[in-house]
Design a protein around this ligand. Structure first.
Ligand code: FAD
Ligand code: UDP
Length: 384
């Protein structure tokens, strides 16, 4: 049998396109993943103690997009959940994002009132300011605040996570966790924040339950004969697709250290960051995220590592100009595959997408398919 589509990768990108193609175009899809489970990096599973654990690190759903929220709500009900993070700094557990309470806890008591006032005068109540912008402010009092937050929360954490300083990275990376001029201690400020009421895995299973979709796990792209499909969607890494012929695209990886403890609760927040101590960046206690009740608890420590192809997973694209240029060069190689191919997702787009952004990208690409298909000529390569 020849499928209308081969989709490589059963994460959010691949599953969203598979679902749309099957339900809206009524075409057949062979959806493959080399891993033995569905869901890509958002996969979850019960550990040997019956605690639901995210296989590739803690995943919290949040979005500003009503479209993405409505789309995914067709496949899961939700458990309302607001993620809260503390950082252990000088023996104190302070809120992250760094907010007015963090400032009060870490600044000299005599300095806090004037710092607070100058911040509000400059930016207004409830503002959110990227740390690198705050560091460039004209007012020396505001720069003192920036130095405090930078040195206590950002600098060492970033060095540990990326092997680079905040200045060496795209400013968008540290801007994900801005300094907040309020006492709001939620990690995200998006209007939609929730966790699947069951599991991510059941969400993905519902997305691909159409009889027009054939899911094949433990299957590599190169395992599928070219005669088996007409069109190709690829959500893996482009350097690997081309045998690293232009060199490896740099990624950051992680090692997860999962530990089960015979206690109800291990820590006082879902995630505790360790910016300045320890080799790991953070500890997340899974039961906070999933709402599961159980006598024991499972925690996950994240140890950042350089990515080595074939040894560990390519988790984070490293957003630097030179890496983007290499990615562009690989994109330009797509026509050499000799057949139409759509490349998308955190890996193939080499973009630091959150889950909702991966879904949004897939929905946008799907909506542009009629135009792409009517052009007809290979490659069907979408621009990001
Ligand atoms: P992936 O999930 O990476 O799926 C790609 C799939 O393709 C993989 O399953 C892979 O096995 C498969 N594949 C690749 N090459 C081949 C091949 N040649 N043959 C067969 N299969 C192949 N986002 C949030 O919104 N909130 C969070 O809290 C959050 N936390 C995160 C924590 C960590 C540690 C990481 C790494 C990411 C986190 N994310 C989070 C981001 C989220 O994981 C991604 O946005 C999302 O998983 C991207 O989906 P995707 O389908 O594009 O890619
Ligand atoms: N960050 C930091 N200290 C913190 C939390 C975050 O320096 O306590 C910086 C760090 O550079 C990190 C980035 O902000 O990589 C984005 O953090 P986020 O929690 O969004 O990263 P992710 O969950 O994607 O690993």
């Amino acid at each position: 049998m020849t499928f209308d589509w081969l989709i490589v990768g059963a994460g959010f990108s691949g599953c969203t396109l598979a679902e749309r193609i099957a339900s809206q175009l009524r075409q057949t899809v062979l959806l493959i993943d080399r891993r033995p489970y569905i869901g890509g990096n958002a996969a979850d599973a019960l550990d040997s103690h019956g605690i639901l654990v995210h296989v590739h690190g803690p995943h919290i759903f949040h979005t500003r997009s009503r479209e993405v929220w409505d789309y995914l709500s067709a496949f899961t009900s939700w458990r309302p959940y607001q993620h809260r993070v503390r950082a252990l700094v000088d023996g104190l557990a302070v809120p992250v994002p760094f907010n007015l309470d963090s400032l009060k806890a870490l600044s000299p008591p005599s300095a806090f009132p004037s710092m607070h006032q100058r911040l509000i005068d400059a930016f207004g109540e409830d503002a959110e300011i990227p740390i690198l912008r705050l560091r460039q402010h004209d007012d020396p009092v505001i720069r003192d605040v920036a130095t405090l937050a930078y040195e206590k929360v950002f600098y060492n954490y970033t060095l540990k996570q990326w092997g680079l300083t905040p200045e060496q990275l795209d400013p968008a990376v540290t801007a994900r966790v801005p300094v907040r001029l309020s006492r709001d201690d939620r990690y995200f400020s998006d209007p939609y924040q929730a966790m699947p009421a069951g599991s991510y895995t059941s969400l993905f299973q519902r997305m691909v339950e159409s009889p027009l979709i054939t899911l094949s796990l433990n299957t590599q792209f190169l395992d599928v004969p070219q005669s088996g499909y007409r069109r190709l969607v690829y959500t893996g890494s482009l350097d690997e697709l081309f045998g690293y012929r232009r060199g490896a695209l740099p990624y950051r990886s992680l090692r997860f250290d999962v530990e089960h403890l015979p206690v109800q609760r291990f820590q006082h927040a879902a995630t505790v960051n360790y910016p300045n101590t320890e080799l790991f960046t953070r500890i997340t206690e899974m039961k906070y995220l999933t709402g599961q009740t159980a006598p024991g608890t499972t925690i996950v420590r994240e140890y950042p590592q350089p990515h080595q192809p074939g040894v560990n997973e390519p988790y984070y694209p490293i957003p630097l100009a030179a890496h983007r240029n290499l990615h562009e060069a690989y994109l330009a190689d797509l026509p050499s595959l000799g057949r139409p191919v759509l490349a998308l997702g955190r890996l193939a787009d080499y973009r630091y997408y959150n889950m909702d952004q991966a879904v949004a990208r897939a929905l946008t690409l799907f909506n542009s398919l009629p135009g792409l298909l009517s052009n007809g000529t290979p490659p069907l390569q979408a621009t990001t």
